[in-house]
Design a binder for this molecule. Structure first.
Ligand SMILES: *Cc1c(COP(=O)(O)O)cnc(C)c1O
Length: 429
């Protein structure tokens, strides 16, 4: 936070035209910002030639965005469902471009992951080794070391997590995988979320390198990669500091070089960041439609938590809000403490509680920062509140709709009703 100055000023200047053309609410993403951040990540690890980022598709599952990440930045994709696999493949990704980290995996998912050129299969449990229908050459396991001081409230304490293999299960898993035909091995973990302290991420790197050394010793074979997962954080609140990527990358790179000097080999470094890549480069814009006085002061907008779940779902989540005049300029002046709410019949349908804003009036717009990851993606349809459109601000300055808003017809498309009983729908204008 806030959206980069160039994104904010482009948006602010074009707001009246954007709204005239597309209406509200919408999420809009900044292609230039995403590319910039992606290039920073690639450059930071230039010292580790085999470094690769597998973008976590769940953070912003939009084909156009995925296409840009693959084409312009060379990212692979971290997928964990059939739909995410399909999306990754629609961009042309396949084989070693896709990391498939499902958990509680079904047979259908193994089959799909192994089909169409395959994917790097990342197994989440010891028992899964015998469930993979046709064992691939390359196999990875998700490791849960059971402790992690920095693990967050979202992922939970590692011992309560449903994810990953215990330390004592790792070597038996790799040995069993070898019996089933695997000849190449990798190790994965995902322990942090929204970590802005580089030392927390670096702790994961050290832990994974140690584990790689001991596993490979037991196996008598080097590990091809360690995937340290995602979890790099972004500053959602004003005044919070950025993750120090350069220091993290320099220390990580040094640790890999030391590892190589000691062991005579090194694994590739893989990451699967979502939030850090696209999070800051998206915002949601909604219009103020009601200004209400109850026991508290309320500002009602034309979007609900179906459009942005984070603040209502996680106790400490925060998305900063800027109030815009109808002409797109930032509003200043008299401030007021309000709750910002949507229209869902749930009292946690609040984008912010007791927040201080320049007095928002009906007709103003609210800009919610940092919605480029885990924003639109988390939306649902509860209460018939549907998900809004997604726009993309291209580097050329052009603005394009890259996902239309859901309609009531979309909502009803999965239900059936005999023709003779469809009378009510017929009068729905
Ligand atoms: C959610 C998730 C990620 C991405 O997390 P961010 O916090 O967005 O970086 C990466 N890997 C796995 C397995 C995940 O579940």
């Amino acid at each position: 936070m806030p959206a980069s100055n160039s994104f904010f000023s482009a948006l602010s200047a074009a707001l009246p035209q954007i709204i005239q053309r597309f209406g509200t609410p919408f999420h809009i993403y900044d292609e230039a910002g995403i590319l910039d951040t992606g290039r920073q990540l690639n450059t930071a690890f230039a010292d580790l030639p085999d470094f690769r980022e597998f973008y976590a598709v769940k953070a912003l599952p939009n084909l156009r965005i995925l296409d840009i990440l693959r084409r312009e930045l060379g990212f692979g994709f971290d997928c964990s469902s059939l739909a995410e696999l399909r999306m990754a493949r629609m961009t042309g990704a396949g084989g070693s471009d896709i990391f498939f980290s499902s958990n509680n995996t079904s047979q259908e998912e193994y089959l799909a992951a192994l089909d169409c050129g395959g994917a790097i299969l990342n197994l989440d449990d010891l028992s899964f080794v015998d469930k993979v229908p046709a064992f691939p050459d390359l196999i990875s396991f998700r490791f849960n070391p059971g402790t992690c001081e920095a693990a967050s409230s979202v992922i939970g304490t590692p011992q309560e997590a449903k994810f990953g293999l215990r330390t004592d299960q790792l070597v038996p898993a790799f040995l069993r995988a070898r019996e089933r035909g695997a000849t190449r091995f990798g190790l994965h973990t995902m322990l942090l979320t929204n970590a802005r302290d580089w030392q927390h991420m670096y702790g994961i790197v050290e832990m994974m390198l140690q584990s790689a050394a001991s596993v490979s010793q037991c196996l008598g074979a080097p590990l091809e990669f360690v995937n340290i997962g995602g979890g790099i954080g972004i500053p959602y609140r004003p005044g919070e500091s950025d993750f120090d990527l350069d220091t993290f990358a320099a220390r990580t790179s040094a640790a890999f070089h030391e590892f190589k000097a000691r062991q005579g080999w090194w694994p590739r470094l893989y990451m699967e960041c979502g939030r850090a890549i696209t999070g800051p480069h998206g915002v949601m814009v909604a219009q103020v439609i009601n200004r209400m006085s109850k026991y508290r002061e309320f500002v009602g907008v034309d979007a609900s938590m179906s459009a942005l779940m984070r603040p209502g779902m996680y106790p400490h989540a925060y998305n900063h809000i800027t109030v815009l005049n109808p002409d797109g300029r930032e509003k200043t002046g008299q401030r007021v403490t309000v709750d910002v709410v949507g229209s869902l019949c749930e009292n946690n349908d609040k984008f912010a509680e007791q927040i201080d804003l320049p007095e928002p009036s009906e007709g103003d717009y609210l800009l919610f920062h940092d919605t480029g990851a885990h924003g639109h993606a988390m939306g649902f349809q509860y209460n018939g509140r549907l998900r809004p459109q997604e726009l993309l601000l291209h580097t050329s300055g052009e603005i394009e709709c890259i996902r239309r808003a859901e309609t009531i017809d979309d909502y009803l498309a999965t239900q059936t009703m005999p023709c003779t009983r469809r009378l009510v729908a017929a009068c729905d204008g």
